[in-house]
Design a binder for this molecule. Structure first.
Ligand code: GTP
Ligand code: SPV
Ligand code: MN
Length: 589
């Protein structure tokens, strides 16, 4: 049954039906009855596997094609008429050319299949931040995932009314052919088309495609930002509640920081951390001159390997029910396992591909980018503000990445412009979240390299403008939890202990602590990072906070080279900041 007579919706759906030729069209209404029916059907076809109802109630396992396990940045395109619309860091194809390719792939692609019509909202339906989308897909996995990750259901049609202000999303698994895989964005047509994949960020079109790539483009015109950021609520022992947002590249610690459990000595003092978001933040200036943030999502699509009782007990508790697992080990008891969950890899289990698995043979059981999809309400530390449509006021913005040697544990930028510079020069080792080599350092400005939907130079200009319009702009910090000793071990304990750095960051935001001036910016006095209960010497902490002259000399060279790609789009202010950094590095010992 059709759920809307909005002709912008129905005409487009009819066009897609004519092209893809599904056997049947099912309108998703968001009801539990309909979802339960779809789960049953998907279990019958083998698309998902029902897990042990006693241990993991309402949970299912999904296995993706072994050649389809992560985002594909090489095959992700921004398709603008303007040849310079995508900038030097995105792949671009002219719209006609991409539409032509996609038409060939999509024609008849849904024959023998059902097409589902998914209405969803990013942000609470009807709220000021909210934006709407409709995804057409031939994948039940996508329907079940979108039901968890977005505010999904027929109420969206009511909010949309007879208007055309929604993002059209078309997804078909087609033949899952990696050579013909395209994740294509048409910002001028408010359209996303994704073909030949059935995995996560490639196909849940509300996530990276809409909430970041498309929303970053509209954000430029609407005085907003759409960022790859977590949002964290910190309550200190005095009962003061403050919010931070943090941008780390994929698989670099957002979910973990967003669900941080303070160590005992912090808990005893009364510190509390609550989660407002773990992956995406939409930000805009409030009337009070502060920057306000909401999380447009309704669930978590989080990395499983490394998730355990010590690293992220909140995530572990969240995924005990109503969770969709992708690409993990299935045990004899119909439960799941992944690397570093515990020290007891199961015997007689099957690996993420469904093959018999011997934990002693050196192969990994779960895929390194295996993930959970779980509703936000499952998270034990969810902030009460999670669903607040107005959002939360941000005191600090934190940038971070995986750097083995170069970046210090933490430093504060001198002002907003210097902070935008710090974001623009971010670099991080690549991870399994995207197809391609892992562990290679690349520049990933604001953790948005794969997600900024327009020219990154214009995006930096937009960041600078946003700050200029804020009377009480957040302070900007850079962190690195991933510095290593020469023996390859992490120096900083990370995870829950990261609160020690957050404490300093907040103290700086509210003028409660002095700092030292370093070539990079403000750094903590060693005695101002609380190390009580930690096995870390003042010398080691000093090393963590230090910056090496020769490493930063080559860093400056690489930044200059990276910046040169942007030509006239590079804001002058950032070039000035680079000159200051080069000068400062020259004075290092
Ligand atoms: P996306 O969902 O891909 O955007 O990633 P994310 O930024 O949310 O990453 P996540 O929190 O899932 O962390 C990914 C990996 O980083 C996991 O294997 C974690 O165990 C590891 N990790 C997270 N925080 C820390 C930390 O403080 N120290 C160390 N050493 N590892 C960490
Ligand atoms: C990321 O890669 O940053 C993710 C996972 O959060 S995905 O949704 O696949 O993009
Ligand atoms: Mn992400």
């Amino acid at each position: 049954m059709e759920l809307t007579d909005n002709r912008f919706v129905t005409e487009w759906i009819n066009e897609v039906i004519a092209m893809t030729q599904p056997d049947e069209t099912v309108w998703i209404d968001g009801s539990e009855e309909q979802l339960a029916k779809l789960r049953l059907e998907a279990v019958k076809t083998g698309e998902i596997i029902k897990l042990n109802e006693k241990e993991l109630p309402g949970c299912f396992l999904h296995r993706s094609d072994p050649r389809d396990v992560a985002r594909v940045e090489e095959r992700t395109f921004i398709c603008t008429k303007d040849p310079s619309g995508a900038g030097p860091t995105n792949n671009r194809m002219a719209p006609e050319e991409m539409y032509g390719k996609l038409r060939d792939i999509c024609t008849g692609a849904m024959r023998g299949r059902t097409m589902y019509v998914i209405p969803y909202s990013l942000g609470v339906i009807g709220s000021e931040f909210a934006k709407y989308g409709i995804e057409l897909t031939d994948s039940v996995y996508v329907v079940l995932s979108m039901a968890i990750m977005t505010h999904m259901g027929k109420e969206v049609y009511k909010a949309l009314g007879s208007g055309s202000d929604f993002i059209k999303g078309l997804h078909t698994k087609a033949k899952l052919d990696p050579e013909q895989r395209y994740i294509a964005h048409f910002p001028e047509d408010k359209t996303i088309i994704s073909v030949n994949s059935a995995y996560g960020g490639n196909v849940l079109l509300g996530k990276k495609c809409f909430a970041l790539r498309m929303a970053s483009v509209s954000g430029r015109d609407e005085n907003r930002l759409a960022e790859h950021m977590l949002i964290l609520e910190v309550e200190d022992p005095k009962g003061r509640v403050r919010y931070l947002s943090a941008a780390f590249p994929s698989a670099c610690g957002k979910t973990n920081l967003a669900m941080l459990v303070p160590p005992e000595i912090y808990r005893d003092k009364g510190w509390k951390i609550r989660c407002v978001g773990d992956d995406i933040a939409w930000l805009k200036p409030g009337e009070d001159g502060r920057l306000w943030a909401v999380n447009p999502e309704n669930g978590f699509f989080g990395v499983l390997p490394g998730t355990n009782e010590r690293s992220n007990p909140n995530a572990l508790a969240a995924i005990k029910k109503n969770t969709l697992y992708t690409n993990v080990v299935l045990t004899k008891e119909n439960t799941v396992w992944w690397e570093r969950l515990d020290g007891n890899p199961p015997r007689g289990a099957v690996n993420w591909k469904g093959e018999p698995w011997d934990p002693d043979d050196g192969s990994s059981g779960a895929h390194p980018n295996s993930r959970f999809t779980t509703p936000a309400v499952n998270c034990p530390c969810l902030s009460r503000e999670y669903f607040n449509p107005v959002g939360v006021p941000i005191s600090a913005i934190v940038f971070g990445g995986r750097r083995t040697k170069t970046a210090p544990l933490v430093y504060q930028s001198r002002d907003w412009t210097h902070g935008v510079f710090a974001g623009s020069i971010m670099a991080s080792e690549t991870t399994a979240a995207a197809a391609g080599a892992v562990g290679v350092v690349r520049r990933d400005p604001m953790a948005m390299l794969p997600f900024c939907g327009y020219d990154m130079g214009d995006y930096w200009r937009h960041w600078l403008n946003m700050g200029a319009g804020l009377e009480k702009a957040p302070k900007i910090f850079s962190v690195n939890w991933f510095r290593k000793n020469d023996d390859g071990s992490f120096i900083w304990p990370g995870f829950g202990e990261n609160i020690r750095v957050l404490e300093w960051i907040l103290a700086r935001c509210f003028d409660e602590v002095e700092a030292d001036i370093s070539p990079l910016g403000f750094i903590p006095k060693v005695s101002d990072i609380n190390t009580d209960g930690l096995d870390i010497s003042p010398e080691a902490l000093e090393r963590l906070l230090s910056a090496d002259k020769s490493l930063w000399e080559s860093e400056c060279g690489e930044i200059r080279e990276f910046y040169s790609k942007f030509g006239g789009k590079l804001p002058e202010e950032l070039l000035r900041q680079l000159e200051i950094l080069e000068n400062n590095v020259g004075t290092m010992e």
